[in-house]
Write a protein that binds this ligand. Structure first.
Ligand SMILES: Nc1ncnc2c1ncn2[C@@H]1O[C@H](COP(=O)(O)OP(=O)(O)OP(=O)(O)O)[C@@H](O)[C@H]1O
Length: 298
């Protein structure tokens, strides 16, 4: 939990100024081929010793859509994310993304195919500036070798300038353009979370995996983040799979929702259908009808 300070309810030290600038997709290098691709999860099972954390789970994330993976505590959401990002091996089943099978790949290989992930707890370097954290996100797209970069050869310098310009563009898009020179640890929690999303965008991904992007945020910060996620889909056409407990946000921004309970998929479809599904209502004991603060979601 590097540099994570939850300052719920405190006034902002940093203004939430966001310009919805249109971002051109992938102008300086790219990873994992062209444009968004379908993510197809088929019959994925994960067993830990005697426990079945995922039981033949299937769902498809359509290209350019926001897809939510929800379910009560212990339902298997994090396990699923860990399989998709190469951290866990599935016991059986398949995950295909743009023609590639992900289940046998390691995390850096999955990332190289254009799958970027953010974490529940902020995983930024708090002492580095926003700019430096974002430049680290572009590492995979950097062509200049270690030696030419170290010797500051013209090609390496030119490349660094181009990446710096793209970083500034993405920071502006994410509403953190004014904070480029500020060490991340000094920024309010909600802004740090947007820096984290910006860093994932710096990889020029085709699919973003967002793990509880608004957890621990106040109402204003949640709205900011929801707006940013919608902008990512609209401006960049990047597919987004998110795990989230804030049902209000999920129902507002998701195009499709997959619901897990005890490792099984119990519903899958458009949000308005899923929230009426009797098995989903039973799993959540009617949580959909209650305001988020009663569910302990700030
Ligand atoms: N590495 C592991 N070893 C053993 N059991 C695990 C491991 N990871 C997860 N589990 C178990 O698998 C089940 C699913 O856990 P998981 O963390 O995927 O659920 P979740 O839906 O993400 O829950 P939460 O919303 O609380 O984060 C739980 O019973 C959990 O204890």
């Amino acid at each position: 939990m590097d540099g994570m300070t939850h300052r719920r309810g405190e006034p902002r030290a940093y203004p939430a100024r966001r310009r919805r600038i249109p971002l051109r997709n992938q102008p300086v290098g790219t990873v994992g081929g062209d444009g968004p691709a379908e993510l197809v999860v088929s019959e994925v099972t994960v067993r830990f010793a005697g426990l079945t954390a995922l039981d033949a789970v299937s769902f498809t994330v359509a290209p350019g859509s926001v897809h939510a993976l929800i379910g009560p505590n212990g339902a298997g959401k994090s396990t699923c994310f860990n399989v998709l990002s190469g951290v866990y091996r599935a016991t059986s089943g398949s995950v295909r993304f743009g023609g590639a099978e992900l289940t046998s790949l390691r995390p850096h290989q999955v990332a190289a195919l254009g799958v970027a992930r953010t974490f529940q707890n902020i995983a930024l370097s708090p002492h580095l500036t926003v700019r430096d954290n974002l430049m680290l996100g572009r590492h995979r797209l950097t062509r200049a070798g270690f030696v030419s970069a170290g010797l500051r050869l013209p090609a390496a310098r030119h490349e660094a300038v181009r990446h710096g310009a793209r970083v500034a563009e993405i920071a502006e898009f994410a509403g953190v353009g004014d904070a480029l020179s500020i060490p991340v640890g000094l920024l309010p929690y909600g802004v740090q979370k947007r820096v984290e999303l910006a860093r994932a965008l710096c990889m020029e991904p085709r699919l973003l995996l967002l793990d509880e992007p608004v957890a621990g945020m106040n109402g204003g910060e949640r709205r900011e983040m929801a707006g940013l996620i919608e902008s990512v889909r609209e401006s960049l056409g990047i597919s987004i799979l998110l795990v989230e407990h804030d049902m209000g946000m999920v129902m507002r921004i998701a195009d499709a929702v997959t619901v897990l309970d005890f490792g099984r998929r119990i519903a899958d479809g458009p949000p308005e259908e899923v929230q009426r599904d009797p098995e989903v209502v039973r799993a959540y004991l009617g949580d959909f009808g209650r305001p988020s603060d009663e569910r302990g979601e700030a």
